[in-house]
Design a protein around this ligand. Sequence first.
Ligand code: ACO
Length: 430
Amino acid sequence: MANKTVTLTDNTTGKSIELPIMDPTHGNSVVDIGKLAKEFGYFTYDPGFVSTASCKSTITFLDGERGQLYYRGYPIEQLAAKCCFLEVAYLLLNGRLPTEQELSEFQYIIGHHNMMRENLRYNLIRGFNYDAHPMAMMTGIVGSLSAFYHDNLDIYNPEHRMITSHRLIAKIPTIAAACYKHNTGQPFVFPQNHLTYCGNLLHMMFAVPCEPYHVDPVAEKALDVLFILHADHEQNASTSTVRLAGSSGANPYAAIAAGVASLWGPAHGGANEAVLKMLAEIGDVSNIDKYIARAKDKDDSFRLMGFGHRVYRNYDPRAKLIKEVCHQVLAKYGDDPHLELAMKLEDIALSDEFFIERKLYPNVDFYSGIIYKALGIPINMFTVMFAVARTVGWISHWKEMIDDPELKIGRPRQLYVGEAHRDVPDLADR
Ligand code: ACO
């Protein structure tokens, strides 16, 4: 139906305003409140942006009620079954799947941007303490890239935007592996272009100069699927951070460094690390009831990590796929007592009234940590792996935002509830 509107009426003054309704391809309709402040004199109040669409996007759609996720209109299950990570990266970045020829050109381009400047490796990474958290290093290093690549930083030049996108996708695994090597004290390992994107990452993390390293196809495939599932998730906290930082015209390396920092939090990408710490703390199946009771207790800050999601009010479709991968990996790498504990915890939580009522289901991070652990990846690297995969989503959103003719600097308003007016007393009188 054309020209749908809603009317907002101030019940005190009787004054009304008619606001247009915008229809999406999928999902909830959106009320366009752009003229509300100017014509009606009101702001809206929406902590956590639970009812606010911050932009138009054509990249990803998730249906929280049905538990479905699409990249550029393709269901995540089909992409995970039929594509490799770089195909999905091309899709997110360019809006369509590559042909065979385009994929091989893309692999070539990514392969030819994947080294790090020696200065960065020798001086910047080695400047961090040996035990620095790799996410702290990642935040700093990604931000520093603009100091190395200022030759292509005109954000209004489409060619520069594409080169920067390729550089970020190509270099992020090399940087992640270098952070890991710095933590372990082992020599850095250079990328190898005969390997796949994920095979290369495993190689750079686990190869040592004194013996050959063979990439295990089970580990490589598991990582590839995990990366596809983590590649994008529409306007989540880190992606919104990238958009907000980038909306000022800041360079994309700086914007994505802000995204890395946002991802680190335990309510977001840091949850995979938090899940394993929680499973270790629970320790044994016999303790589950005690922890479920704590998660339900309003006076206890403990939450079941890896459970719940702002948008999904159903099983996270990524968690379903990851659970399968988890079983495949553990069949090869041996059982992990954490898996048994996780499955039991999931069973109990899913049959508990508290979790049913609030529609709290396992999210993508509930099982991903168990897979990473089985692959020999240390806990403090889990969020880094997420950041490597999500870089393609961040850069796709940044590109889309810069191309958007409606782009404005992001500048939320506030409901000021502080002191109205105070005069500054002299120091001696305070
Ligand atoms: N354990 C116990 N209770 C929970 C949990 C949980 N994991 N998650 C939500 N709840 C409860 C809340 O206490 C609240 O209960 P109430 O209505 O009685 O007050 C209700 O469920 C709704 O929760 P909110 O916090 O309002 O939901 P919100 O959408 O703001 O939070 C979030 C979503 C942050 C993901 C939350 O579920 C959470 O903290 N989960 C654990 C951390 C986690 O796994 N994060 C990863 C998210 S996925 C990702 O970023 C990749």
